[in-house]
Ligand binder design. Sequence first.
Ligand code: B16
Ligand code: MG
Length: 216
Amino acid sequence: MKTAFIFDLDGVIVDTAKYHYLAWQRLAAEMGFSFDETDNERLKGVGRMQALDILLEIGGLSLTEDRRIQLAQQKNIWYVEYLEMLNQDAVLPGAVNFLKKSRQLGLKTALGSASRNASTILKKLDLLPYFDVIVDGNSTTRAKPDPEVFVLGAKALNEPPSSCVVFEDAQAGIDAALNAGMTAVGVGLPEHLEGAALVIPSLQVLTPQSLIIQLL
Ligand code: B16
Ligand code: MG
């Protein structure tokens, strides 16, 4: 029986992916190479420095540690600027209802995000009260597909991994959930979410209750 849900943030609860994309694209443009949506798919769900390394690999650049840190900081400055535009429209379809119903059912809920901006985003959108526990890029040292973020979430909820369902929009996150010994539900396109027990286009298409029954 599943008793806890762990949600990724970007791409599952809120649509912040477009702001990450804009900021990475701007950085690539400054360095003189182009970066498209197919390339961007590889950056989803992974931590900031790892995402930068993938970007630099795409651009064929090898840079010093200091320069890489500087570039990651610049990207984050732009990303945080773009987040100023964030409003309730960025909350993905069905997300709030699904969270509400999960809690009404007595399920425990955690956030498991790679983002170091997760709490700022949740606060801005009044979503903090829907989570018992927040685990984000500030409390982890290893990026998805390492299971750390979800393992910490389950521990904080006091639930065994086998009782947890992870909702993820990125392959790295699905792999992290499976590496943690949890059930993964993919949110997005099936071709980017291999290994998920189920792939849905958004949280709008199912209820927590029907999911629990499906996963029995
Ligand atoms: P930040 P998630 C991830 O969030 C994003 O999908 C990924 O694109 C980003 O690089 C990562 O957070 C780090 O974000 O730069 O804000 O710390 O999908 O794990 O909620
Ligand atoms: Mg995500």
